[in-house]
Design a binder for this molecule. Sequence first.
Ligand SMILES: Nc1ncnc2c1ncn2[C@@H]1O[C@H](COP(=O)(O)OP(=O)(O)OP(=O)(O)O)[C@@H](O)[C@H]1O
Ligand SMILES: [Mg+2]
Length: 449
Amino acid sequence: MARVLIVDDEPKLVTLLKSALAHRGHDVSGAGGGAEALALLPGGRFDVVLTDLRMEPVDGMAVLAGARVHSPDTAVVILTAYPEVKGAVDALQQGAFHYLTKPFNFQEVAHVVESAAAAVALARENRALHRAVVQLGGGPEIIGTCPATAALRQLIAQVAPSDATVLIRGESGTGKEVAARALHAASGRAAGPFIAVNCAAIAETLLESELFGYRQGAFTGADRDREGLFEAARGGTLLLDEIGEAGAAVQAKLLRVLEERKINRVGDPIERQVDVRVLAATNRPLETLIGAGTFREDLYYRLLVFPLDVPPLRERLDDIPLLTAHFLARLGRREAGLPAAALPRLRAHAWPGNIRELRNLVERAHILAGAGPLTVDHVQLDVGGRGRLAPGPSTLEDLDLDRNARTLITEALRRADGNKTAAAAMLGITRRAMYSRMKMLGMEAGSAE
Ligand SMILES: Nc1ncnc2c1ncn2[C@@H]1O[C@H](COP(=O)(O)OP(=O)(O)OP(=O)(O)O)[C@@H](O)[C@H]1O
Ligand SMILES: [Mg+2]
């Protein structure tokens, strides 16, 4: 049995189709026009929508567009009079399942409706399977059993199915991106794309066109129309990482997306509806940025619909054995864990770099141990290596600014266990300044880690 909506401004046709399809055991509703159909679509109550193409004032193309946004699991079949075949082809390009030309016989209608319903059921089943596979492993995993971790996992499971915006907060290296991926994987959008953008790694104007796309000629170098990540992530999830680093223009546009689900590509007057779940992450308290006047308070409240706090490692010390076992397994080592003798030291450590620091420690131990057994000597905590760079014995070979900048950044990153926020703090510059310096020097600055 399929749930079918018939849309036609000719009441007689609606009645006829309704009774023919109901006769075959389908659950059929009718709408006398496009506007009525659009009002019925949200909520995904229909498997198949059968709509006339030419209607006034809201036509079948608008019904199709509405279905794609508000009920992406619904297949749309277009009904059209013979001379309008071109319109039907456009409809297919816009994602219609099939079209039927009038006059048609009921046998044909029933056949198309039933194969559309079967395709919809298959797509749904695929998505459920995909979710199951992700949960079975291979997908993003939040390792750990201590109460703080269990609570995090529970919250993710609760908020995932909704389309609510989630603000993921936590210190650097706590697993904010891992949490975001887990949330996506547990959501109804799991089969759609997951895209993460680091707002700190990209210059403001570039970030705007990355996110929203642009129209040909919008600026020098815009030699063709391009869609942005909000469009590329349709049907999926977009993670705005380090949202606190987004500039004013981007913040204003983000506010609009969150309020109206609409964007304009840069330089383009056409409004576009977006179908994206937005997640944002920050390791800086946004309240402070609001106080400093660099972050919009209204955007903050839009993001705060559902805050998700990822606890620091020092509050989940009991997870250390499981986490290290996980990292060792990923490195292909046979040991089931780090030597027990190392555990007291690991528990006493402050872990400013959180889980990333722990992962780096395990990787270092793995390299030091080589093919031999991994012993407690291979477990080396980076204690006392923090704080501002000490002047120390000068390693400056010459006065080449670039070379020395490279040395300083590399050293700061090493001391901060790859944590860029901490490294930038040691150097006394902003994270954004460090990124742009790294880019200038051709150093690897692309990834979020
Ligand atoms: N619960 C977890 N289980 C397994 N691995 C984890 C977990 N949390 C974090 N990790 C690992 O720790 C590293 C850091 O995680 P992630 O990049 O998600 O942190 P982050 O909070 O986004 O950091 P940053 O603020 O620097 O962007 C990654 O290698 C990730 O795979
Ligand atoms: Mg991150």
